[in-house]
Write a protein that binds this ligand. Sequence first.
Ligand code: AOS
Ligand code: ZN
Ligand code: ZN
Length: 394
Amino acid sequence: MTIELQTADTTAVREALAAQTIELPSWAFGNSGTRFKVFAQPGVPRDPYEKVADAAQVHKYTGAAPRVSLHIPWDLVDDFADLRSYAEGLGVQLGAINSNVFQDDDYMLGSLCHPDAKVRRKAVDAHLKCIEVMHETGSQDLKIWLADGLNYPGQDNLRARQDRLAEGLSEIYAALGPHQRIILEYKFFEPSFYSTDIPDWGTSLLHCMALGEQAMVVLDTGHHAPGTNIEFIVAQLLRVGRLGAFDFNSRFYADDDLMVGAADPFQLFRIMNEIVDADALRPDSGVNFMLDQCHNIEPKIPAQIRSVMNVQEATAKALIVDRAALHEAQQASDVLGAHSVIMDAYNTDVRPMLADLRREHGLDPHPVGAYAASGYAERIVAERVGGAQAGWGA
Ligand code: AOS
Ligand code: ZN
Ligand code: ZN
């Protein structure tokens, strides 16, 4: 049985899609590259205000990207309340605050896990500063990704580093306001290659559980070894109520940070299928769906628009899975029947439904084309000279 979207009652699916929001990273709009070359693109933002303005364009044409994450100190401004009202004036909000404790020379051997207490103090203070910023921006999430790790066996004590990490995190956690959360990201390698201090979801989860209910795991889809079953991790974290956020992107090899849904749209669908199955798509479910991407060779605003659309398409396919038929086939031990329910949904073209939904909400059905026709890209090229680099990696 294939799914006939034309005749099916898609009201609930449309409502769920209309409520879905995706958070954009400020660093996606600046110049970025690899360690070989950063290709400068004309018209890129020169400051955080212009990054927010570009992010607002993505929201304008998709209607689904109402928040933008900031990175401190890349996005440091004198007056965050002013940046906040500027964003709100453009119809978007400031989202997660990303701490950056990896760019300073002091952090060569780590930050919260560093053997020297002075460096650990500095790293904790950098996070406390982020929490102050969050009070001004109205942000809920403090996103922590640490570059901490070791390159050589014996370089430092693995267990002692976990103890220092726990200690630093608990001081940061204690400074959170009642509605704020730590979202703790893991990554299996890079920049360290022998051992990383938060390499996997289990380590992140253990620290989150020790901290308390306001600490949640961030799953960056590019941060796993090839072949990892990411949807299993999603299901597991949802079971224990600790999936705080996604950093969506695509990987072919390592932490490629390419557009989500470009490398493996089926994997993205399988992830969203777990989300829908656990009823975690609801805006109040506590899962923040963020992008963490860099657009080194493609134009940045259309790439973010495309990425939002890719998430929407995967979500729509997950929403149309016939859950009753799936359950029935699973209970009847009908292996192929159950599998076909999943494949039927995945193979359905949901683009016309999404185009229709946009029309219904007063948007152009084709966001990339509408943006291209708007003249914004030409305007920023003319107006902005000397755009900024996003910062190292993502
Ligand atoms: C680093 O690999 C992580 O993906 C971080 O989430 C984040 O992108 C970084 O802090 C920005 O460079
Ligand atoms: Zn990330
Ligand atoms: Zn990453």
